[in-house]
Design a protein around this ligand. Structure first.
Ligand code: NAD
Length: 460
């Protein structure tokens, strides 16, 4: 099929390149001409495993990018809207969605044949039917359900594994306004044979996406609250506690032959310095705001956000325990991306931690395997120093904060072994064994040097 995708961010570009790899003819549209040029040269503007290779294979063959939305819509049968849906502080901000809906509608005015418009962005329930549909009808002068089809098709890819997730999805949610739209959606996903599909209405599709993200965010904040309690109890380490939780066979089923399955879901039931990224924080907040608007309490999700907001401060508290005044202290920050495998630093816990350290006049040197370019856009004033390797970052540091679970950091004990005296390690992702370095602090456990139990219990 001929598809136009509007927005070439993480979702739009990955969806476009992967749809081309599945055999469709794709044109991706973006306002950002520099991004479009880069894509047309076969260079991905984002870091995602496998994306460069797929782009190189399909660019100029059955994939291209353009800034011309009108022509892209006219030349395609289906348009997918994949622009950003930020949280504006009060509610979901639909300004990009509104602008695109009007532009698509204006293009459709010139088109005689049937066209389907799909919302792929994450939007609160009702947006497709009550915001996008009327804007397209108004701009095009046509009627949904007759002249054009409209639907909602949420995306579940995880950054860092986006290509793999898109090519091998766990489910495909098809939210159609009418049967004809749903039939086009099914045809679009024919190359994804054997994948579980849900054929539903747009509002349900919208709600599925929010519920899935809210559940995962809740698991993380639950684990962090448990981890913070563990850190106040002598001889208890949250990693051992969670291992015991994971072994519940309802979470990690045992096969008839005795082998155990460890679902990746359990990685959300681990303590750390908090969740970030472009989805969980804004989506949970948008769902809370939407729930409130409809009269719901939303207390649980409020707590999920609040626990997460406090988590970066835990890292700073652990640092302060050893260095009450961080002015002039040389602190290495390992990991700026919100998770491994991506250069996305949006809402990463590293951001408030670095900002606070710089505000306290600490000397901060950061290393991230791929997110340096993105970080330089935020900390471009020279206040934050960047290292080219883990060794370089930690060699002169008095304290090291591990904030992203990059596999590159697993060799830290060997690097520390060459430094005398060793810096303090504060492990925000619990990836280094407590006994592997001389001075260790971590989320969810008391430090090795922790004082007598009475003092600890007094803090609870
Ligand atoms: N990032 C993820 O992992 C992920 C996963 C699932 C769903 N989502 C959802 O998908 C949506 C997009 O997320 P993203 O991270 O890809 O966004 P992004 O901010 O990375 O990219 C959005 C792109 O849209 C472009 N754009 C904005 N207005 C435009 C217009 N009028 N015409 C053409 N291009 C325009 C921007 O220039 C930008 O390149 C959001 O709703 C997000 O919540 C994101």
């Amino acid at each position: 099929m001929k598809i136009s995708i509007i927005g070439t961010g993480y979702v739009g570009l990955v969806s476009g390149v992967c749809m081309a790899a599945k055999g469709h003819d794709v044109v991706c549209v973006d306002l950002d001409a520099a991004k479009v040029d880069r894509i047309n040269q076969g260079k991905s503007p984002i870091h995602e495993n496998g994306l460069d290779e797929l782009l190189a294979n399909h660019c100029g063959v059955n994939f291209r990018a353009t800034t011309d939305l009108r022509q892209a819509v006219l030349d395609s049968e289906v348009s997918m809207i994949a622009v950003g849906t930020p949280f504006d502080g009060d509610e979901i901000d639909l300004k990009y969605i509104r602008a695109v809906a009007t532009q698509v509608g204006t293009a459709l005015k010139e088109k005689d044949s049937y066209h389907v418009v799909l919302v792929k962005s994450t939007v609160v329930p009702g947006t497709t039917n009550e915001v996008v549909l009327p804007l397209i009808e108004k701009a095009s002068g046509k009627r949904a359900g007759c002249d054009f089809g409209i639907g909602m098709n949420p995306e579940f890819l995880r950054e860092g594994e986006a290509v793999q997730d898109f090519m091998n999805p766990d489910r495909i949610v098809l939210g159609g306004h009418d049967e004809r739209t749903l039939d086009v959606l099914e045809k679009l996903y024919l190359p994804f044979e054997g994948v579980d599909q849900i054929r539903t209405n747009p509002r349900t599709a919208e709600m599925i996406k929010y519920s899935a993200n809210a559940l995962l965010a809740t698991m993380i904040s639950f684990s962090n609250e448990i981890g913070n309690l563990c850190a106040s109890i002598p001889d208890v380490d949250v990693t051992g506690v969670m291992r015991g939780v994971h072994l519940d066979k309802r979470l990690s089923p045992i096969l008839p032959d005795g082998r155990r399955i460890t679902p990746s879901f359990t990685t959300y039931i681990e303590a750390g310095c908090g969740f970030g990224g472009s989805c969980f924080p804004k989506d949970v907040k948008a769902l809370i705001a939407h729930g409130r608007k409809l009269g719901g309490g939303m207390e649980l999700l409020d707590a999920v956000v609040n626990v997460n907001l406090a988590q970066p401060q835990r890292m700073l508290d652990l640092l302060e325990k050893h260095f009450p005044d961080v002015a002039g202290l040389r602190v290495a920050v390992l990991g700026i991306a919100f998770k491994p495998g991506t250069d996305d630093i949006r809402e990463s816990p590293a951001l408030p931690i670095i900002e606070s350290l710089l505000a306290s006049n600490a000397k901060v040197i950061a290393f991230d395997p791929v997110a340096r370019g993105e970080a330089e856009k935020v900390f471009g004033d020279g206040a934050l120093e960047f290292a080219n390797s883990v060794d370089e970052a930690v060699s002169d540091a008095q304290a090291v904060l591990l904030l992203t679970r990059w596999p590159e950091f697993s060799g830290l004990p060997a690097i520390f072994a060459k430094i005398d005296p060793q810096p303090l390690l504060i492990d925000g992702r619990r990836v280094i064994s407590r006994d592997a370095v001389d001075r260790y602090e971590g989320i969810g456990v008391l430090s090795k040097q922790e004082p007598a139990a009475e003092r600890v219990l007094a803090r609870i």
